[in-house]
Design a protein around this ligand. Sequence first.
Ligand SMILES: NC(=O)c1ccc[n+]([C@@H]2O[C@H](COP(=O)([O-])OP(=O)(O)OC[C@H]3O[C@@H](n4cnc5c(N)ncnc54)[C@H](O)[C@@H]3O)[C@@H](O)[C@H]2O)c1
Length: 360
Amino acid sequence: MTEATDGVLHTLFRTDQGGHEQVVLCQDRASGLKAVIAIHSTALGPALGGTRFYPYASEEEAVSDALNLARGMSYKNAMAGLDHGGGKAVIIGDPEQIKTEELLLAYGRFVASLGGRYVTACDVGTYVADMDVVARECRWTTGRSPENGGAGDSSVLTAFGVFQGMRASAQHLWGDPSLRGRKVGVAGVGKVGHHLVEHLLQDGAEVVVTDVREESVRRVLDRHPAVTAVPDTDALIRVEGLDIYAPCALGGALHDESVPVLTARIVCGAANNQLAHPGVEKDLADRGILYAPDYVVNAGGVIQVADELHGFDFERCRAKAAKIFDTTLAIFARAKEDGIPPAAAADRIAEHRMAEGRRS
Ligand SMILES: NC(=O)c1ccc[n+]([C@@H]2O[C@H](COP(=O)([O-])OP(=O)(O)OC[C@H]3O[C@@H](n4cnc5c(N)ncnc54)[C@H](O)[C@@H]3O)[C@@H](O)[C@H]2O)c1
């Protein structure tokens, strides 16, 4: 066994990664495709999760990311009440440099070879138009364009779900789901963040935003003159009188430097993997900050892509995404009952559903 394969196998079978069912390494030399498909669990149904296209520094890093992301999808899908297990794929390389139709078609053939054990969709570096191409080779593809029978951009329902999670957080903390008069800081006003701002304004909240892209901030301020902006996330999390902080940019927003200075009483946002490392959920709880687990409140997008597999219906999806309100409340109740942070309570509930719902 070489050092490299030893490294991959070690990662795969590490128990703290959660005991994956299957990992497929894919190579198509003609198109330059190198991909990893990781299936964490099919206990609740076919594994569902997006395809990340990213220039990983090494193949080990790609495998490790695929394993982590696939496991995360099992929990997210279970909590969203979907009959899907968790899976994720990564394509190794810079999408700007190597993404071609030929490569995506080759990738589609690999996903098809799994016969429906894994259903793919968009993630960082892949878009609706890419899924249209993959779908030409693989029927187990979702997140396609409306012109090709898909549901299109999932950020509308993701933002709606995050808003429901925020209302539930307000209900739990202040006894009233309304955000009227509350000051909410949104970090990252991209696809999800700017839709979230609209929900917040409609509900009567005061909104402060920030984004590294000036044009994203400008777009929000031009449309909504009542919104104010601060230069960066560091300034946003220290805004005086901030009630809610919504991380809607990249992962890792909650860490040893940011948690001690947060002025908000609630953290609820769209970004994946907000907790930078294990233990941050406890630091938040110790400061009396209510954290709505990211994978619970940002499930609107996966609810949409799952629905697309059965013929997309926006109202049906919206009704499902609205249930994020009840799910979030149930997590807070369980956290209180068990004396644990909400992130740990969410994991317990998801694990229970996976164990109970296991298909024989
Ligand atoms: N789109 C979906 O349906 C969906 C579903 C689930 C989770 N998410 C997660 O939600 C987050 C946002 O997704 P999106 O689709 O809106 O992405 P996006 O790329 O459209 O928006 C992200 C925004 O964050 C900004 N940003 C990046 N770094 C920043 C920083 N350090 N400080 C402030 N702003 C910064 C970017 O400029 C961009 O405007 C991501 O973490 C994504 O993984 C999205």
